[in-house]
Design a protein. Structure first.
Length: 448
């Protein structure tokens, strides 16, 4: 099928052509005609399926009749409202809308928390037809009366399951209660938990259901590997995998902000270019880190689930689960960061001894067998210790971290491996030393 067969205007077709979209994805084929017809829609679509364009293109088509170049704010009331669980997803949708409206005088803006409200307020006062918002910040603007929702014709709840997980249900119900009853509602969700169904029953009119992938299915374009690794070796295994697989870029998922920070620090110490993003970082820092990653200037992005939600990095080759998520749905979302829009990707999970429960839950949800294996070129299991050792406090030794075929560190005449001492300066040439050879507390430099 071609985009031109879907009933979209030349201005929109031209804009998506410039985006390099040659033909609609399955969700777009199904959803675009339905949205154009004005029906409510319940769509089961994962990230990476092209769902943003699936709702946004027909919305823009429907709003085209209101497009105008007047400077009067009254000529630009909010006609479409998109609610997003996170700032990153909101930002991503905003970027897409800007590109889709390149040839249409329709205005769009994005508002989310964690940043100064003033620029958002000014933007809203000028008038916008499409507003993309996180629920909390939208309520702030409503309270300040910078937002009027009485002309909204289309509401989109994007990643509704995640909004519920994040505790936005009351905010969403409150916002929905403020919208005109006569409107179109489009709900996108990777999963359909009972609460989503209740929301749909309460606020939607006989919605059409569209499902493009099996519910809770993982993308077949993503190769999934599970490696069994002792917890204390995970970092070294990760560094080894990044190097041995020559990962140009990778998102590494951690369960907590603390472990994400710690891991990014450790990887940096290992000589890998890594930064963490999570909810405790300022919005400015998060956007800067994301921009660096998107531009390919950062190799490793260590992220928590919430921070990485909605991240759209084209051609991201690898995702690593440093810790398996407690909720198997998060696994599906995490690995959906790679293999987007038809590209191939690899998702690697490092499974610690106490993560078998999470592993089983993932297999059950995704209805597949993910057989744990050991890491190629790396002794996933430490050789049996010669001497008894204290179980908790022992630090990994370079011996049991060595890969099966560890590269030999060669030192020229007069060179030697030396443990760096603080405060002592030498004429030194920094070399990349395989991190997995080193016990974590040492930093090795080659001294001339
Ligand atoms: P989404 O699922 O909306 O996050 O989209 C995932 C990625 O697919 C984004 O980078 C979109 O720009 C891209 N995309 C959306 N529709 C198409 C299409 N029809 N052809 C190629 N890429 C697309």
């Amino acid at each position: 099928m071609l985009f031109s067969e879907l009933g979209l205007s030349p201005e929109i077709l031209r804009a998506i052509d410039e985006q390099g979209y040659s033909q609609p994805t399955p969700i777009q084929e199904k959803a675009i005609p339905l949205v154009l017809s004005g029906r409510d829609l319940l769509a089961a679509a994962q990230t990476g399926t092209g769902k943003t364009a699936a709702f946004m293109l027909p919305i823009l088509e429907r709003l085209k009749k209101f497009a105008n170049t007047s400077v009067s704010p009254a000529m630009h009331p909010i006609r479409a409202l998109v609610l997003s669980p996170t700032r990153e997803l909101a930002d991503q949708i905003g970027v897409n809308v800007q590109s889709y409206t390149k040839y249409l005088p329709l205005r769009a803006t994005t508002v989310y928390g964690g940043v100064n409200m003033d620029p958002q307020t000014q933007e809203l006062r000028r008038g916008v037809e499409v507003l993309i918002a996180t629920p909390g910040r939208l309520l702030d603007h409503i309270q300040q009366k910078t937002v009027q929702l009485n002309k909204v014709e289309v509401l989109v709840l994007d990643e509704a399951d995640r909004m519920l997980d994040m505790g936005f249900i009351q905010d969403i119900r409150k916002i929905m209660g403020m919208l005109p009853k006569e409107r179109q509602t489009l709900l996108f969700s990777a999963t359909f938990a009972p609460e989503i169904k209740r929301l749909a029953a309460d606020f939607m009119h006989t919605p059409q259901t569209v499902e493009v992938a099996r519910q809770n299915a993982t993308n077949e374009q993503v190769e999934q590997l599970v490696f069994k690794v002792d917890n204390f070796k995970k970092r070294q295994v990760l560094a080894h995998l990044i190097r041995s697989r020559e990962m140009s870029q990778v998102i590494v998922f951690c369960k907590t902000k603390i472990s994400a920070d710690q891991l990014a620090r450790d990887l940096k110490r290992d000589g890998l270019d890594a930064e963490a993003i999570h909810g405790d970082k300022t919005q400015g820092t998060r956007l800067e880190t994301l921009a660096a990653f998107k531009e390919g200037k950062l190799r490793v992005l260590v992220a928590t689930d919430v921070a990485a939600r909605g991240l759209d990095i084209s051609e991201l080759p690898y995702v690593v689960n440093f810790e398996l998520p407690n909720s198997p749905e998060d696994y599906v979302h995490r690995i959906g960061r790679t293999g987007r829009a038809g590209a191939k990707g690899v998702a690697i999970s490092l499974m610690g001894p106490e993560e078998t429960r999470q592993h089983e839950a993932i297999e059950k949800l995704t209805k597949q067998t993910l057989t744990p294996q050991s890491v190629d070129g790396f002794w996933a299991q430490a050789p049996a210790p010669q001497r008894p050792r204290p179980a908790q406090t022992r630090e990994a030794s370079s011996r049991d971290l060595a890969p099966a075929q560890a590269p030999v560190l060669s030192a020229g005449k007069g060179e030697g491996l030396k443990q760096a001492r603080p405060g002592r300066r030498n004429r030194k040439e920094k070399r990349e030393v395989p991190a997995l050879l080193l016990p974590p507390r040492y930093k090795v430099e080659i001294i001339r």
